[in-house]
Structures are given as structure tokens and as C-alpha cells.
Write a protein that binds this ligand. Sequence first.
Ligand SMILES: [Zn+2]
Length: 151
Amino acid sequence: MRINPTVSRPLPRLGDEYTRTYFGEWAAGRLVVQHCPECGHWQHYPRALCEKCGATPVFEEQEPAGVVWTYTIIRQMGTEPFRSEAPYPVAMIALAGGIKIMGTITDCEPEQVRIGMRVRGYPVVYGEIGLPFWRPDTSDQPVAGEDGSHG
Ligand SMILES: [Zn+2]
């Protein structure tokens, strides 16, 4: 499946600055994740406070690369554009350091998706919102921090 960027799709509501930052940075091709300067905790989705200590987290850019941690294949969906796009794989992507982000994997057959498969994120841009999608990473570059560090 490939995403057709001219097809309208439901978009997130940009109700707070954290959500605006996250999807706005994706629109520019950058994946940002929150990091706590007090306790070192990384978190996703974006929110006002560190979920561990209550301090104010800061966004830090991450390489939009990870591995499929788990996935399912959506075969039935009642609403467009998802109905026309099914079947499609939806995965939890584990970034370097362990942050997990849910996303749709494109540019391959659903049956080709495997746990541990390397993927790269890319945005499909709707105005100020970049919706993250993921595709197989066919480069020979190892994913930074696959050993669990926060490369
Ligand atoms: Zn913290």
C-alpha cells in the first residue's frame, strides 16, 4: 500500500502546544520525542509533564528509524480512506532507546511485515500537520542504539 496524499483523511486535533509541536515537526520531516531534563525519562505521546517525576519535558529530535515491535493487519475498516487502503499493517515501532510509536507501514505487502523488521518514518503532510507513516528500511545502516541506548 502507498499513501495517496491527495486523499483526505482524519487529522489529529491540535488542541495543545505539545500535539502541535509533534505533528508540526513531522510536517518538516523531523521526529521529536519528549525527554525529561530532571530524571532522564523519555516519553511518547507528548504531554505537559514528565509522567515519572512531573518536571517539564523537552522535545529532542530522534532518528525516524526503528524496528517493528509487534503488528497486526487491518483487513476490515468501515470508513474511508481506510476501507480502500485495507488490508494494511499497523505496527508498534520501537525506536532506539525503547520509545514505541504506533503507525501504519506502507510500501510493502502486509504479509512481508515481520517483528524486528527495520522501518523508517516519513511524513504525509496536510497543511501544518505531518502524519507519520513507516516503510521498510532497505539501507544497510544499522538503527542507532539498537542495543538499547539513546543514540
Ligand atoms: Zn522526569
